[in-house]
Design a protein around this ligand. Structure first.
Ligand code: GRF
Length: 204
């Protein structure tokens, strides 16, 4: 059984969608641990309700990023994951951490990457007057939100949109997107090689 570890920082709705997809067979895998950098992450409760191992590595307890990342890496490795999934994990990870999991770590980002890496993506899309916005699942590489893209969803931006209504419309697509993209990874259809994502025979 493919072992999946999920990192979260908050609500955890994407993590919940992944757990449910594992439970109903849409993903051929099992979430063996959910780890957060804060005990305030609401998603921890859901994971516990599913009898999934949970842990908190509080980043504020470490002197610097490298020490936090080293502790997190040891903990993640202890669960022997085949895939490490960033689902609303709000910490930047060091190159050493990323390279350790290169090719088996994926992230969801609420924009049509390469547009709008970083924070406040919905505000940026509205400010730019975009007519289209969306979400991306990508392999994680050391450069923030710049790894090769596995899959994207697109939604319209409406003239009446606020940051909140746009975020809600994007989030509605994220759960199926993440489930689909992770199953592509788990099944070996999506593979990371030489800084690219291979989908079947296509290189993206
Ligand atoms: C999502 O919008 C995701 O794209 C972004 O953070 C948000 C996390 O939401 N990276 P949730 O915690 O999965 O509900």
């Amino acid at each position: 059984m493919t072992r999946i570890v999920v990192l979260i920082s908050g609500r955890g709705s994407n993590m919940q969608a992944i757990v449910e997809a594992c439970n109903n067979g849409a993903i051929d895998g099992s979430v063996v641990a959910v780890i957060s950098n804060t005990d305030k992450a609401g998603g921890l409760k859901f994971a516990q309700s599913q009898n999934i191992a949970t842990a908190v590595v509080d980043h504020t307890a470490f002197a610097d990023r490298n020490q936090f990342d080293a502790e997190l890496l040891t903990l993640v490795d202890s669960f022997k994951p085949d895939w490490l999934v960033l689902a609303g994990f709000m910490r930047i990870l060091s190159a050493d951490f990323v390279n350790h999991f290169l090719g088996r770590m994926v992230n969801i980002h609420p924009s049509l990457l390469p547009q709008y890496p970083g924070l406040n993506t919905h505000t940026k899309a509205l400010a730019a007057g975009d007519t289209e916005h969306g979400a991306t699942v990508h392999f994680v590489t050391p450069e923030l939100d710049a790894g090769p893209i596995i899959a994207q969803t697109r939604v319209p931006v409406l003239p009446t949109d606020t940051e909140q209504t746009l975020a809600e419309r994007v989030l509605l697509t994220e759960h199926d997107l993440f489930t689909h993209a992770l199953q592509l990874c788990v099944s070996g259809v999506a593979r990371y090689a030489d800084g690219k994502c291979t989908l079947g025979n296509a290189r993206m």
